[in-house]
Design a protein around this ligand. Structure first.
Ligand SMILES: [Zn+2]
Ligand SMILES: [Zn+2]
Length: 409
């Protein structure tokens, strides 16, 4: 991280000086202003990289200042961090809505401040794995290292926004984690690839759905004439489960997706692609500030000599994941194993390697492992994929993330 030119605007001079001291010691050059009314002029003159502003100030408050900055073309590219003694979720959200890059409560320990600032300025997405196995949860000795839960993956943004991909049994651990954090008025988008059991079955065990004040949007592909709402409600029919959809305490919205592109809050772009799998199954690509993560499961790439091999589909898929920073994808089978499971809707190592290499993705994450594969088998799958990439002289970095694995993109 290079040294930053920072302007602190806060009517509390003492606090500002302490921050100036700490941030200067970390190599940044820091200027202080105690009156917000001069802030715009100072920003236009000195062109800092980052503004740190308080919310509650006389005359022009921090949120209004942030809003004016975002409307000023001369200040394009300026990063804004709002700091406030009021650490309410409402204020955090309001700051982000006004265009702030991040929010830091004033109660933060001063030694953590410089770290937090760097994180907000870099604005990385945090990719976390909560379940990496396909088809069926596999508890026991064979899954201690990679974990035994079915798909659930989150992408969290520095602004606090949260995307949840699939609601396999891994979502239970995510639920515990969020409940422990106790974030009030939690908002998240839940993006379902498709409604096979291993991708939706643990949704009713996601406790934040039952908490009033929280808000979720559940999206996914319709299945012919069945909407996402109907699909989720059906698995909570009282024959199968004692709690119905109506008992969710949070505000829940449903959204039926097709192959399309849409944006969340103007800066997170989501692209979807219909995958090669029984029924309608969507792959997702998240584009954010020049970086991208693709979540492509479940997906069958047929071998080239199979009658169902479709070069147009493969070309579309390569285009969809092209240049991604991370491709998370269905690598259910070893090649010999796949030959006995053609038409089951999943891919084998060699086809996944081919895709990652052809699309020039930076990192390939092997995902959705067969329930009959133990940890050692996943190790072998990873070694096989890496060997195949080396043979192709490929620059793709290949990993097999385990449950709890965290990546900053
Ligand atoms: Zn699956
Ligand atoms: Zn499936």
């Amino acid at each position: 991280m290079t040294a930053l030119k920072i302007l602190i605007v806060d009517d509390d001079a003492e606090t500002s000086e302490l921050r100036q001291l700490v941030l200067s010691a970390a190599g940044h050059s820091v200027d202080i202003l105690t009156s917000s009314t001069q802030a715009i002029e100072r920003l236009e003159q000195n062109k800092p990289d980052l503004l740190i502003t308080d919310i509650m100030m006389p005359e022009l408050d921090g949120l209004e200042l942030t809003k004016r900055i975002r409307q000023n073309p001369k200040l394009e590219g300026l990063k804004v961090i709002v700091m406030s003694a009021k650490a309410y979720e409402f204020d955090r959200k309001r700051a982000v809505d006004m265009g702030a890059d991040g929010f830091i409560p004033k109660s933060i320990k001063i030694e953590l401040l410089k770290e937090q600032i760097v994180k907000i300025v870099e604005d990385k997405m945090t990719l976390t794995y909560w379940g990496v196995r396909g088809t069926l949860p596999v508890p026991g000795h064979g899954s201690l290292r990679y974990g035994g839960n079915t798909p659930c993956v989150t992408v969290e943004f520095m602004s606090g926004r949260l995307l949840i991909f699939d609601a396999g049994s891994g979502i239970k651990a995510l639920s515990n984690h969020l409940m422990k954090l106790g974030r009030p008025r939690l908002e998240a988008k839940i993006l379902i690839s498709h409604p096979h059991w291993d991708h939706i079955n643990a949704l009713p065990f996601f406790v934040p759905l039952y908490i009033p004040g929280n808000e979720f949007e559940i999206m996914g592909a319709t299945q012919g004439d069945k909407s996402v709402r109907e699909i989720i409600a059906a698995q909570m029919d009282d024959v199968y489960f004692p709690i119905t959809l109506k008992e969710f305490g949070a505000r829940i919205y449903f959204r039926d997706l097709r192959q399309e592109t849409f944006t969340i809050d103007n800066d997170i772009q989501i692209e979807t692609l219909l995958l090669s799998h029984p029924g309608y199954c969507l792959g997702y690509r998240i584009n954010f500030k020049g970086r991208s993560i693709c979540y492509v499961t479940d997906n069958e790439m047929y071998l080239d000599d199979h009658p169902s091999f479709n070069p147009k589909y493969i070309a579309d898929l390569v285009k969809f994941v092209n240049g991604a920073d991370v491709l998370i994808t269905d690598t259910t089978y070893f090649d010999p194993e796949y030959k006995t499971k053609v038409d089951w809707g999943h891919s084998c190592i060699s086809k996944v390697v081919e895709l990652a290499d052809a699309a020039g993705v930076k990192a390939l994450h092997l995902f959705h492992h067969d329930p009959d594969q133990d940890d050692d088998a996943i190790d072998r799958k990873l070694a096989t994929a890496r060997e195949a990439l080396t043979e192709r002289n490929s620059a793709v970095d290949c990993v097999a993330p385990a449950e709890g694995g965290i990546f900053h993109i």
